[in-house]
Write a protein that binds this ligand. Sequence first.
Ligand SMILES: *[C@@H]1O[C@H](CO)[C@@H](O)[C@H](O)[C@H]1NC(C)=O
Ligand SMILES: *[C@@H]1O[C@H](CO)[C@@H](O)[C@H](O)[C@H]1NC(C)=O
Ligand SMILES: *[C@@H]1O[C@H](CO)[C@@H](O)[C@H](O)[C@H]1NC(C)=O
Ligand SMILES: *[C@@H]1O[C@H](CO)[C@@H](O)[C@H](O)[C@H]1NC(C)=O
Ligand SMILES: *[C@@H]1O[C@H](CO)[C@@H](O)[C@H](O)[C@H]1NC(C)=O
Ligand SMILES: *[C@@H]1O[C@H](CO)[C@@H](O)[C@H](O)[C@H]1NC(C)=O
Ligand SMILES: *[C@@H]1O[C@H](CO)[C@@H](O)[C@H](O)[C@H]1NC(C)=O
Length: 841
Amino acid sequence: MCRLAPEARRWPALAPLAFVLLTLCNLSPLGGADTFFPDKPIRDNETLLSSGGTFRLGFFSPGGPDRRYLGIWYEMIPEQTVVWVANRENPIAGSSGVLRLDKDGNLKLYDGNRAVWSSHNSSAGLPVESRPVAQLLDNGNLVLKEENDGEDGSFLWQSFDYPTDTLLPGMKLGWDLRKGLHRYLVSWKANDDPSPGDHSFMMTLQGSPQLVLMNGSNKVYRSGPWNGVRLSGVPEMKSNGIFTFEFVSNNSEVYYTYQLRNGVVSRLMVTSSGALQRFVWLEQKWSPYWQAPKDQCDSFATCGTYGVCDSNDSQVCNCPEGFRPRSKTRWELRDGSGGCERETPLDCRPGGDDFIHRTGMKLPDATLSVTEGTMSMDACREVCLRNCSCMAYASADVRSGNGCIMWVGNLTDLRHYTEDGQDLYVRVAASVVGEKRARATGGEEGKEKTVAVIVGVTVPAGLLLLLVLGVCCLRRKMRKKTETSRVGGKEVSSGKITREDDLELPLFDIGTVAAATNNFSEENKLGEGGFGPVYKGELEEGQSVAVKRLSTRSVQGLDEFRNEVLLIAKLQHRNLVRLLGCCIEGEERILLYEYMHNKGLDSFIFDKSRSELLNWRMRFNIILGISRGLLYLHQDSRFRIIHRDLKASNILLDTEMNPKISDFGAARIFGGDKEDTGNTRKVVGTYGYMSPEYAMDGVFSVKSDVFSFGVLMIEIISGKKNKGFYYDDSYLNLLLLAWKLWKEGNCRELLDETMGNSYSPEEVMRCIQVGLLCVQERPEDRPTMSTVVLMLGGTNPALPPPQQPGYCMGRSPVHTGTSTSAGHDDSCSVNQVTVTMLEGR
Ligand SMILES: *[C@@H]1O[C@H](CO)[C@@H](O)[C@H](O)[C@H]1NC(C)=O
Ligand SMILES: *[C@@H]1O[C@H](CO)[C@@H](O)[C@H](O)[C@H]1NC(C)=O
Ligand SMILES: *[C@@H]1O[C@H](CO)[C@@H](O)[C@H](O)[C@H]1NC(C)=O
Ligand SMILES: *[C@@H]1O[C@H](CO)[C@@H](O)[C@H](O)[C@H]1NC(C)=O
Ligand SMILES: *[C@@H]1O[C@H](CO)[C@@H](O)[C@H](O)[C@H]1NC(C)=O
Ligand SMILES: *[C@@H]1O[C@H](CO)[C@@H](O)[C@H](O)[C@H]1NC(C)=O
Ligand SMILES: *[C@@H]1O[C@H](CO)[C@@H](O)[C@H](O)[C@H]1NC(C)=O
């Protein structure tokens, strides 16, 4: 098995040694130590470094040298990112600060003789004869413990119990009811002032536990109660291979926590401006990954009591059936804060009331709610119906559909989600439900007609998508099934990936790989990629493999390597190249792929003699295959993956000329559905395939992949390479040529003549049009891959007319390969007036 561990993981092995040395020799705590003792204080010019080198504790001064604070920050991250502050209310004026471990067993921070901060009563349980030590753990936790206790014992005191504005992986946000400990986040007052600001994020226990973002004592946003899978107010929250979210609620503890895997660095914080923000360290900067509040419906009680907020609706606030706006005038002026009132009062006698069923809801404010952990939904309904103050009920655990949460007061802060909301049953007078039923049956006839029309139009296309999705699901299911049956509680001996989450792949030793590739001989070399050479190899069983050997010197290559293994090990699709295993030994980083006999697509389409081998049918199948592979990356796999370097040479062809997308070294992964754009200073990719917004501003999204796909389509059709992004008057790039010919109705001229007459004019026209739609300058105008798959598969879909392609004008193609963001004197077609659309024919 081969396991990928970040480099840092090697270090903990040395920690005990350092510890022993320190203990034996009683060394003073220098920059490299992670532990310190009662007799050796830490002065302003000294620090502690956690054993794995991840965090450092020391003094810092965000707002000038006259205000020094003791804090913990990330060691490896160049822009100092402080995750914990001790004396946030009492800065030290100069460099006179000293952190001591006092004889009474408390950590105390002194400014001269004045104590400015202390770890409270941490010595309470300390036996008389013991010797306390303080240690900075590699997860960022500063702990106080008895000298001989391990790193996971129960600590006398830990900084994780007293968070500032940041929730690190493994920290608990919430209550330890036995100790009466309430852990919650409080923002900094300003970016340069760690003193407590107005904003906090906490677990409230009134009613059912829920997470709430506060401004002073006002609720600003609710992440809401836990529903067994996620927080009700964060539909995009999904445990994936990187994040695992956990919620514990029992008699002794109520808390929320998360874990990170795959060496990803991420933190959740309350910003001084009052937002809840999750950052991920990517490409040498903190990228925003998630944030709340996001839209007006996230603001607490935007639509008052009983009002349902839907940011996708033109009328943001709506009343449920049986309710009407309390103030019609204000409602019409788009002020929903007055909320809704009942049209018919509740009856409360047996049979007098009933429930309306709302789907896709965020659960209302849980302050006035009670939870019954194990009750069935039927029992929940009965109990709620019998109690006149029960206004609504829902399932407390969407996994089992059981558990009962009941609201015993007016419902506030309701909102509707298009996806991933929950079922909520709202109490209304029985007559309301009766009327609704009557309306539903009365209006059916008219409805059926429209439904029929819509179905008629979309079925062929829809069926195809369903088929694509279905095949993927089925494949995934089948894979899981066979795995579990093979696994039988143990690891699979064949060395297959046991669980999708595990980064375990068959591991090959260097001897095997060397033997397979004839000791990496020149004859076996297939080519040289950006990150090292690729060899053809043959395993002992006779299986052909492509062996990608990472050049050892390139640091960037190592990241790319990690990235590629992490990503591709989880992906399974017939149009993605399959990773068979890897080899990590010493400096060697090697990937083994299934061998693609027909090599890269570029070796066909840009080669006049070989391109004759590709008739239109094959080209069309290649286009379809790539589109499905890309759709899987964007939407169907468990992550949203942006490839970022889609080009002809990264499309490999198997013996049947099926295309497989390869080279995920530049790919980016996105967890949620919302955060699907990124920004990077390091633009990787290949000019000619890059969308203008990516090449110019480093903004990438699924739509930049769509752009590259569009370029690829036009290249496949024309047999010409889109040489560059830049052009001057004497040189028209391929996209502009295609656009010009399309406008002139002269598409025939664009086609690769080696195709002869093998093509269907209708299919070719459709492909050119889809290609041009994909390369439009504005990302929002470009279709998504699901739409592309539909457009390509449909027999006669009405395609929108394309707008002018995106391109950039510059003096010379100065930017090649990897580069930083391009200069600003290049002018791009972005924001320029687009040519009016002419009918293409
Ligand atoms: C820190 O400063 C003190 C005096 O202020 C000095 O004696 C000591 O050597 C310094 N320590 C380090 C590690 O620079
Ligand atoms: C520490 O313990 C003492 C006695 O048990 C108590 O009076 C005091 O309030 C405690 N201090 C803190 C900060 O908890
Ligand atoms: C927080 O509340 C204060 C006082 O109510 C208000 O002035 C301020 O604008 C609020 N801040 C945010 C970010 O809403
Ligand atoms: C509460 O849950 C935590 C975490 O699952 C567990 O360790 C603890 O034993 C539980 N306590 C009780 C009283 O159930
Ligand atoms: C209704 O439910 C509330 C909350 O659980 C409870 O306090 C109240 O006693 C119940 N009323 C009746 C009549 O059962
Ligand atoms: C619910 O709202 C109505 C109308 O505003 C109010 O009269 C009633 O007191 C509220 N009930 C509760 C429990 O807050
Ligand atoms: C709004 O609608 C779009 C498209 O249907 C959907 O993707 C998005 O999640 C919706 N937003 C909310 C907040 O429901």
